[in-house]
Design a protein around this ligand. Sequence first.
Ligand SMILES: CC(C)(COP(=O)(O)OP(=O)(O)OC[C@H]1O[C@@H](n2cnc3c(N)ncnc32)[C@H](O)[C@@H]1OP(=O)(O)O)[C@@H](O)C(=O)NCCC(=O)NCCS
Length: 265
Amino acid sequence: MSDVADWWRTDIIDMAPGKIRLRGQPIETLIGNVSFPQMIWLMLRGDLPGTGQAALFEAALVAAVDHGPQAPSIAAARMAVTCGLPLNNAMASAVNMLGDVHGGAGEQAIELYRMIDETGGPDATEAAVGRWQSDRGAFIPGFGHRFHKPVDPRAPRLLALVDQAVDDGVCDGRFAAIGRAIEATLASQKGKPVPMNIDGATAVIYAELGFDPPLARGLFCLSRSVGILAHAWEQRQQGGRNKGPTPPAYRWAYGGPNPIDEGDG
Ligand SMILES: CC(C)(COP(=O)(O)OP(=O)(O)OC[C@H]1O[C@@H](n2cnc3c(N)ncnc32)[C@H](O)[C@@H]1OP(=O)(O)O)[C@@H](O)C(=O)NCCC(=O)NCCS
């Protein structure tokens, strides 16, 4: 039987008829005693966070839930519902919009923060940003925002909570210092603010708490799924059929042969 039992191997859950243990803890002792963020931490890491860790983790999860129908992920959820898809398909369509440029940049942000941490800390920021830009492109992940200039209101609030957590001995603050150093480097490079955005700020928290880079993206998906579900549900209640990205009176820029002359026939 071992070839069957060993087909899937996990340290996460043990289960037998009438028994469910997650990371060794009976589900009935977890229910009613741990919060949803604590449960996410337990599932991903195998232990329960301390009170301060849980509070900081929860703040990052709260911060990223929504950015309105202009955000491609939210728009995708709403469009999917108007095409008749049920909530699960709308949510999957929306989560699939999250990538390197929208909502997924936290993964690369932690990679960069760690690279800077390993090569000398904040003093190594300018050189590391230059290396990143020549190796991986001009845009530094976790910084810049279409709308929130000069400041993304979520970032200073999240960093203030990190500062508080440092005072409380929850984390050491070295990734917050690196994030701030990147922001200063980009501001002097561009001659104007390139603000730390939600991906950059939550990446600071996830790095401070010891999460590996790919999990920043996974955690963003969990957080944004809350907003995605809310918008999909609202759209379903509103109705609307087959809504595209713009009202029908607006069209795209056509650059091919034989453009239609609106004055004709
Ligand atoms: C989010 C994003 C697409 C917005 O881009 P944008 O609308 O072009 O940003 P802005 O118009 O404010 O750009 C202002 C200037 O700063 C530069 N800039 C913007 N974000 C930058 C970044 N992350 N790194 C370096 N330079 C950046 C732009 O190139 C532009 O330079 P220019 O004036 O010389 O042309 C862009 O900042 C980005 O790709 N960031 C990295 C990915 C990321 O963090 N995504 C999550 C977004 S919440």
